[in-house]
Design a protein around this ligand. Structure first.
Ligand code: GLU
Length: 291
């Protein structure tokens, strides 16, 4: 049997920060301890936020940290055909629908429902409003016509049907969730509503690409930040629907900024580069993230 396979999967929408360093170090340690392989995957299907310039900067940062990884580095933007095939499978199962609604229309529908009922609209585990189902019941012929005419649309999962078809799901958690749960965790994908499986500008979404890639790359253990703990439910669901193997998961604590919020590239948190320029060594970064 082949040994364990780990991956570090940054999105090139900014420079790495200490939270990424913790992920990279933990993946490195696990690969070293088990004689496993460490792969790097660049998650660059988000056309609005990905910037090619960050790819090399991320790889340079890993070299500076002293985290060795296998080449070639996989870039999601080079594997669109694999995501398309997975989408075809979901479509064939009748589990997707095109949604043409703009962000403004979604916001307006939610505001209208809240005003009408006086009840706050349900939120997903990340705190974002659950998609209100616009276009879910569109006449299939009308939807097909609008797609054929080139109208921009995302593809969304019919969550109720999908969750019913898949049946009860769980994942094995070797780390812990933000609530401390560990072991076999029941997956609750319904809390996320009709998630996007293909963005308006790409034949994939974050969730879809991650499960296809983890399977294609033979990833056996996913080590990543706790901010993705609840998202694992959606990923388990897609794995079940697509007949993909189930890796085990190890979610680790987040590195918080001085303001107590999680570090994020988009929020311009202190980057590894800035720390290095200020004289920090890789050993300092290790200490900084509590290793
Ligand atoms: N690309 C994601 C991020 O940078 C990580 C995805 C994952 O590890 O599953 O937050």
């Amino acid at each position: 049997m082949d040994g364990p396979v780990y991956r570090f999967a940054p999105s090139p929408n900014g420079d790495l920060h200490p939270g990424h360093a913790l992920s990279a170090f933990l993946n490195q340690e696990a690969a070293h301890r088990t004689g496993g392989r460490l792969l790097v995957r660049i998650e660059d299907i988000d056309g609005e936020r990905s910037r090619p310039v960050f790819v090399q900067r991320i790889l340079d940062d890993l070299d500076w940290l002293g985290v060795p990884y296998e080449r070639p580095v996989r870039r999601q933007s080079e594997h669109l055909a694999a995501y398309r095939a997975a989408l075809d499978r979901l479509n064939a199962l009748g589990l997707t629908y095109p949604s043409f609604a703009s962000r403004a229309a979604v916001k307006a529908a939610i505001a209208e429902a809240e005003a009408r009922t006086g009840v706050p609209w349900p939120r997903d585990p990340d705190g974002a409003p659950v998609y209100p189902g616009l276009d879910r019941d569109l006449d299939p012929a009308v939807a097909a016509g609008r797609m054929a005419a080139g109208e921009p649309h995302a593809l969304r999962l019919r969550m109720d049907r999908a969750a019913m078809l898949a049946g009860p799901l769980a994942w094995t958690e070797l780390g812990a969730g933000p609530d401390g749960r560990t072991g076999r965790i029941p997956a609750d994908p319904r809390a996320w509503g009709d998630v996007v499986v293909a963005r308006k500008d790409a034949p994939a979404s974050y969730h879809l690409a991650v499960v296809v890639d983890d399977a294609d790359q033979g990833v056996t253990e996913v080590i990543r930040g706790q901010d993705l703990f609840f998202a694992t439910a959606v990923q388990r669901l897609l794995q079940a629907l697509l007949g993909l193997p189930e890796p085990v998961y190890r979610h680790h604590r987040l590195i918080l900024g001085d303001d107590g919020r999680k570090l994020s590239k988009s929020a311009g948190s202190t980057s590894l580069r800035a720390l290095r320029d200020a004289g920090a060594s890789p050993a300092d970064i290790r200490r900084m993230v509590g290793l």
